[in-house]
Design a protein around this ligand. Sequence first.
Ligand SMILES: *Cc1c(COP(=O)(O)O)cnc(C)c1O
Length: 461
Amino acid sequence: MNKPRSAIPSVDAVLRAPGAEALIEGHGRTALTDAVRQAAEDLRHDLSDDSDTGEAAVLNAAGEILAGWASSSLKPVFNLTGTILHTNLGRAPLPPEAIEAMARVGAGASNLEYDLAAGRRGDRDVHLEDRLCRLTGAEAATVVNNNAAAVLLCLNSLALRREALVSRGELIEIGGSFRIPDIMARAGARLREVGTTNRTHTKDFAAALGPKTGLVMQVHTSNYTIQGFTAAVATRDLAALAHDHGVPLFVDLGSGTLADLRAYGLPYEPTAQEALAAGADVVSFSGDKLLGGPQAGIMVGNAECIDRIRRNPMKRALRVDKMTIAALHTVLGFYGDPDSLVERVPALRLLARPKADIQAQAARLAPILDGVLDATVDVVDCQSQAGSGSLPDSEIPSAGLAISPKGGKRAVKALAERFRRLPVPVIGRVQDGILVLDLRGLDDEAGFIAQLDHLTGDGVP
Ligand SMILES: *Cc1c(COP(=O)(O)O)cnc(C)c1O
């Protein structure tokens, strides 16, 4: 026998219960009314003899529903996966100066598209173009929402209903279903594959170039490498060939960077200025990969091509907002001074952190974690990576904590979940029945320690 539905109190009765006023003050009467209805509905669904149908119980349930509605599902986490530019974890952390710049323009009106000198309508690209041109040597520059959008826009602007030539070795999938052949079809360009998977020569491109060609494209194979018996055409040779036939060369650098990362002990990654110097007409790259800025797709190149891109009506649909412009402008400014670059761009600072620093941090944290967990905690060597297809070949020596709880695989899974349920979730990596926290990504050590007592016993929220 179940309790009758009539046992469930009315919404009005619950709203008169002690504690309702406080919830109304915090969330508003409308929201509380909705939450009480929801709580009553939930109760009706699994009503049994044991159900507590008192006003206080329903109000309590409504309070929990309200708390759920009020909390954002998007929140900061500790990325201790060892992949610094993790696409699923929001890629590059922004410098505080960039966040301040976003707050400044976000709070009110700005001259986003207003020419202050002339007193009339302006162009949002002007805020970034000077900096991008000075840093890369380009004649012109424009920016869209992300690099996928930049590739789509370049292809649509420069190769609509014409052939776009790409080496078969560069027909890549980036992840998140971004595939060069698919994006090309959607952009309205006709893919013409050139050469073979492992070897493509200048003469292959020469044979494919013809009256139907609109564009030659080169793609940085971000997330994989071809090894062994291989050949690819150098950007310089491809540019010369394309120009002989009167068509532009577009280089999708993927991550791309504006600095020689070898100066900071990091592996080499092609720069936008190198691609331009080699003759590329347009070069595109991401704002939030190795550049360390906000999500954006940056295009630099010659004035004629960039102008064609800018005049494409699709540009309007892909443009960046004022906050992105503010943050990107700030980050680009840091590239003007290579000496302080790594200190000021958090993504680069994390990638360049010396292993000894990370080891020392691991040694500080190991006994603390040992104290709160019923598990063995060891300092171990790790291999971090840049992520997002940046520096694809390279593993960066790092250090971290290997946590092995008693109770095997199931206990490790449960422990990883407890870390993910912390107020600021901690995301590690489970491998071979051990939870590994690669500490290369840990900037806020105090914040990490401060919430560890939530891990003990049932104290997990
Ligand atoms: C990452 C990447 C893209 C997509 O860039 P997003 O900024 O993620 O949109 C495109 N091309 C290449 C080669 C990439 O590595």
